[in-house]
Write a protein that binds this ligand. Structure first.
Ligand SMILES: NC(=O)CC[C@H](N)C(=O)O
Length: 386
């Protein structure tokens, strides 16, 4: 393997999109080749959290922020034990990282983890292309992987699609683990790991919740064996239309009327459990400054407040924005919508203790506008005890 120090900055790399558009740049991270779905992330900060978010499994992430790697890599910020993105595209990588927590450069980290990237790409032009044409398959090639454009294009076109991909089983834990409550334990939550980010159990733990993280293949009996006050369904990669087992599990939880909270993939699973469809967005939402409005009112629901939120989703729920709909589990309404494009960003049951959001209240790196959703989950569990 070529180390970043050995490599000359002129080592060429090529990015080939499924529709035939090609971008040339320099090798960044590991040398070799990789395939995935090309998506763009508009966050100006949080590249470590992005890289290690399991929901990015099989995606090649294009950063719109022009300088990436400025603060290097530390051992505290990862959302999981490894980098999950399939490939990484940046414009201008930091040559000298600078931060008091930095232990190595991002280039070194990508290389050590075998993640193939490309730098020196006009990421603005690439992002505009993806916005116009939609997310699509892509390949990055460097070193001996560089070859005839036509042959490379052929290989990109034979890579798997994100639509129809069933990926939770590839990223979720195999064994149960427990994240202890901080301070006095108040509640027990069973969290179904569909690709959970490390910050999520932490946000619950700091509210006195002991979190039992269960594999995506867990059964309803295994969930109830921990005597949960609430059940949580996490974020995760792939197409929610394939997630038959999580949908069946969630229906079991809804039938028992156990307080339920879902994030991102968990919101899509709730949509499906209620009988709504899901669909693929043209290019998705990925960034940390998306405006979302809470539509639901009453109690702790604000009926109009706008929050700035972190997103990473390429699919969405198809549910009616105009008022509650009847479902097998009572009335359900769209609780939140994205102000950019009216995409459903949250669901709420009116007759059972269950809600979910499409975005990320655990939000590392920030913003923390939506942290109240964890308090709302606590309130549901308190209500069930009363
Ligand atoms: N972060 C997530 O949970 C993503 C959910 C789903 N894989 C999507 O892309 O929409």
């Amino acid at each position: 393997m070529t180390t970043p120090a050995q490599r000359t900055r002129t080592d060429g790399a090529m990015l080939v999109l499924e529709d035939g558009r090609v971008f040339r740049g320099r090798s960044y991270g590991a040398v070799g080749e990789t395939f995935g779905e090309a998506v763009f992330n508009t966050g100006m900060t949080g590249y470590q959290e992005t890289l290690t978010d399991p929901s990015y499994h099989r995606q090649v992430v294009v950063m719109t922020a022009p300088h990436v790697g400025n603060t290097g890599v530390n051992d505290e910020d990862p959302e999981s034990g490894r980098i999950w993105v399939a490939g990484y595209v940046v414009r201008d990588p930091a040559r000298v990282p600078s931060n008091w927590r930095s232990v190595r450069s991002l280039d070194e980290e990508l290389t050590a983890q075998g993640v193939v990237g490309i730098s020196g790409v006009d990421t603005r032009a690439l992002t505009r292309h993806l916005r116009e044409r939609g997310a699509m398959r892509v390949g990055i090639f460097s070193g001996t992987g560089l070859g005839e454009e036509a042959a490379l294009l052929e290989r990109v076109r034979s890579a798997p699609q994100m639509k129809g991909a069933d990926l939770c089983g590839e990223v979720a834990t195999d064994a149960v683990y427990v994240v202890p409550a901080q301070g006095t334990k108040r509640f027990t939550v069973a969290a179904v790991d569909l690709g959970i980010k490390g910050m999520t159990p932490y946000r619950m733990a700091e509210r006195g919740i002991e979190v039992h993280v269960l594999p995506a293949t867990a059964t309803l009996d295994e969930i109830y064996a921990v005597a949960p006050d609430g059940v949580f369904f996490s974020n995760g990669p792939g197409d929610p239309a394939t997630a038959e087992h999580p949908v069946a599990l969630m229906r079991g939880v809804l039938e028992r009327r156990t307080p339920l909270f879902g994030i991102c993939f968990g919101n899509q699973i709730l949509g499906r459990a209620l009988g709504f469809g899901t669909f693929k967005l043209k290019y998705g939402h990925r960034g940390i400054n998306q405006p979302v409005q809470e539509r639901s009112g009453g109690g702790t629901w604000t009926g109009g407040k706008v929050e700035v939120t972190a997103h990473n989703h390429g699919f969405a729920v198809d549910a009616p924005l105009d008022g509650p709909a009847d479902t097998p589990y009572g009335r359900a309404e769209v609780s939140h919508r994205c102000l950019n494009d009216d995409v459903v960003e949250g669901l709420r049951l009116l007759d059972r203790p269950a809600f979910s959001v499409q975005y990320h209240p655990e939000a590392a790196a920030g913003p923390h506008d939506a942290a109240y959703l964890f308090d709302r989950f606590v309130t549901l569990m308190e209500g069930q005890r009363a």
